[in-house]
Design a binder for this molecule. Sequence first.
Ligand code: GLN
Length: 495
Amino acid sequence: MAELHELDLAEARDLLRRRVISSRELAEALLTEIERAAPLNAFLTLDRERTLAMADAADAALAGGEHGPMTGLPVAIKDVFCTEGVRTTAGSRILENFIPPYESTVTANLWRAGAVMLGKTNMDEFAMGSSNENSAFGPVRGPWRNGKGEDLVPGGSSGGSAAAVAARLAPGATATDTGGSIRQPASFTGTVGMKPTYGRCSRYGMIAFASSLDQAGPITRTVRDAAIMLGAMAGHDEKDSTVVDRPVPDYEAALERGVKGLKVGVPKEYHSAKTPKEIEDLWLEAIEWLKAAGAEVVDITLPHTEAALPTYYIVAPAEASSNLARYDGVRYGLRVMPDEKASLTEMYEATRGAGFGREVKRRIMIGTYVLSAGYYDAYYLKAQKVRALIARDFAEAFETVDLILTPTAPSAAFALGAKPDPIAMYYNDVFTVPSSLAGLPAISVPAGTDGQGLPLGLQLIGRAFDEETVFAGARVLEEAAGFSAAPEPWWKKGS
Ligand code: GLN
């Protein structure tokens, strides 16, 4: 048997049900690994007692012959999901001491399925970023190292979740994706990241960034585990009017459907001279894998792809500027009074000035600008129209194809501090943002490594609410790629 902390969710589930291992042993082993991995800075909050109490409750249920889909399985939670009684910061100073009085629906669903909370993971502040360098609590160091032995980013904004799963500190973690924050860190860390259709998971209790784009999903080490976890996270919720009232299919049952007879599209606009050859080559190789598995692969066109990034960087900041207006020092979170006689406006300014980091301020300013009376039509309204065209491109493509295959990110993990220019950072999302704007399900599967041995992911995009076909295709890629590389645990040295 593998060491306890190395078990994936499906393996642990089997051993728990057969009562070969207990949830407590598993949780304790993982908590020890988490402690030893302090240099990664992947976790912001741990609550050992709560974790072990949840594990004991799961063991009692298993002893009584009862279990839910995830009973006893430990998972890490991105610190953007409100957890009742457990500090939730969204990676921001402004929420440094915020203890939510309520539970997000996604986490409540996980606990109802029997899962055990390991802790809350580090992230880019308010989920804005692609490297986890925007966290107010310090960057996450990615578990992988390049040939030069440099510290690399884990990707973002769900960098803590991705690093935890890749470093075997958690077999699965929740994440959120607004423009790529599940898929890009998954690609950088050699993990699987599934962003479901907009409306599949409830956003209730998920601290909002851009409400028309935000979706929850899992990061895991295998496609099967992503199916298990998404099944437990998803579902209708009266507290979020944008969640659909449709039954959650048995995603695991869809895994072995294969791709025989399916049509897979390869969008010509995703070829770019800027993409490293290794990524292009991997993409071409995957086309052969899918063909060998019985799929027909065809070239398609998504003509408005080029407009996706600029559109996203208007829509997302606009929504963020509105969502973040609530952090005003009045109701909850940080309050800074410059002096006793400060006016309300001075209090707002001091609070927001001290509480938000640079990237968040930049987005609030861009968002406020594009929504202002003089510029609304020129920017926000136009972006909304372009967004509709991007969605239409996909709708037309999906009249003929069942899945779309692309790279997940335009590079492998880069060194910490290597991209000080925000525009260069935004380019990370070039392949993930279009499907976010269209609200479609998309997965990143670890498919190979670059010349330095760093993981590279491939993305499959599916029709709205057809996560089953996405999982089936991902399983084929996973099997063909046979990705089994794991990072060298340098963070344990000296511990
Ligand atoms: N990197 C993108 C951004 O900074 C996406 C973030 C996300 O998906 N939450 O907005």
